[in-house]
Design a binder for this molecule. Structure first.
Ligand code: SAM
Length: 330
């Protein structure tokens, strides 16, 4: 094929290498499956539970921030309010959850360009009153958001920044974690919220300690998930790496421990202060009797009408390798 001359006006495309290349290839290669196939997943119960946890986080912390937003669009279909940044948006699995909040605008970024295209298509197919949305591919842990979006797109601040199941990839190094926090905070209004879900470092490190000294490698887990550490010695704060497998979802991808106290301390440098942190099992027990989130659990098929869980024991154990959090910008 003919050689394409590089455009001298454009900076050369950044070469993705190292662990992050494994992450990008993995997420780009995962096919987008339709609704019908999604329902046949062997870990359907766990996927529904994770979605329910995200819905609780969004309703409890993002909805109030969106309601207080000064960014309002009045249209033929009524009033929509507030602006969201979904960082590490993946294939747009949270778009329906956001639609329920009736936001004015959503901006979404992910390093996996194929996933970003799929998220954009999903948004185009949303039924009912929708919202403005812009999607872009960006390595949010090495590059500023302003590289993906024109200044005018960033002129109105965000009310909510959401990072679901993706922030831990930034904890490879202090530089990446700081770049991520800068992107979260820089365009978030005071009083705005930052919500997310990350692996539960205490749980992971406790399990690592339980691996017998004579075990062939540093692996633990069950049929649903497996984690293999490379190093028993805890790296001080960043780069404590493990390989993660989750049935029908993640095929051995490098991830990093997020030490909560270190994360909180660093976040404070960016004006972000924690208002909520809970293990997924506790999110469940805290909200199962809640007048809104209890029935939502039945509606989302996390439990049936008799309260019977859709998860088996292995899925339930895998659920608790995560925590949910919310921060407020002050
Ligand atoms: N947030 C989505 C959800 O909850 O369905 C997707 C979660 S998926 C487990 C993790 C996502 O993090 C992937 O889409 C991956 O491409 C993204 N990611 C990893 N490193 C990233 C980076 N440096 N910048 C932006 N996104 C990144």
């Amino acid at each position: 094929s003919p050689q394409v001359e590089p455009d001298p006006e454009q900076p050369p495309a950044k070469k993705i290498a190292g662990d992050v290349a494994v992450v990008v290839d993995h997420y780009n290669a995962r096919p987008e499956v339709g609704l019908a196939q999604r329902e046949t997943s062997p870990i359907l119960g766990l996927k529904k539970f994770n979605n329910w946890v995200k819905s609780v986080l969004i309703s409890r912390f993002a909805h109030p921030a969106l309601k207080e937003s000064k960014f309002v669009i009045r249209g033929q279909r009524g009033t929509s309010r507030g602006k969201i940044l979904d960082m590490g948006c993946g294939k747009g699995g949270d778009l329906n959850k956001w639609a329920k909040a009736r936001p004015a605008e959503l901006m979404a970024v992910d390093i996996a360009a194929v996933s970003v295209d799929q998220a954009r298509s999903r948004w185009q197919q949303l039924r009912g009153p929708s919202f403005q949305a812009t999607f872009a591919a960006l390595d949010c842990y090495t590059e500023p958001l302003s590289k993906a979006f024109a200044p005018a797109k960033l002129a109105t601040p965000f009310d909510v920044v959401s990072m679901q199941f993706c922030m831990h990839y930034a904890f490879e190094s202090i530089q990446k974690a700081r770049c991520m926090l800068e992107n979260v905070s820089r365009w978030l209004r005071p009083g705005g919220v930052f919500i997310g879900t990350i692996p539960n470092a205490d749980q992971l490190l406790q399990n690592l300690e339980g691996v017998p000294p004579d075990a062939p490698d540093l692996t633990f887990g069950n049929d649903v998930y497996k984690i293999r550490f490379e190093d028993r010695v805890h790296k001080p704060l960043f780069g404590h790496k493990y390989w993660f497998y989750l049935q029908d979802a993640v095929e051995n991808v490098p991830e990093y421990i997020v030490k909560w106290d270190n994360f909180v301390q660093m976040a404070a440098d960016y004006g972000l202060h924690p208002v909520y942190k809970e293990e997924f099992h506790d999110v469940f027990s805290e909200h199962r009797e809640h007048p809104e989130f209890g029935p939502l659990m039945v509606h989302m098929n996390v439990v049936d009408a008799d309260g019977e869980s859709a998860m088996d024991e292995d899925q339930w154990e895998a659920a608790n390798i995560y925590i949910a959090f919310a921060f407020e910008k002050r």
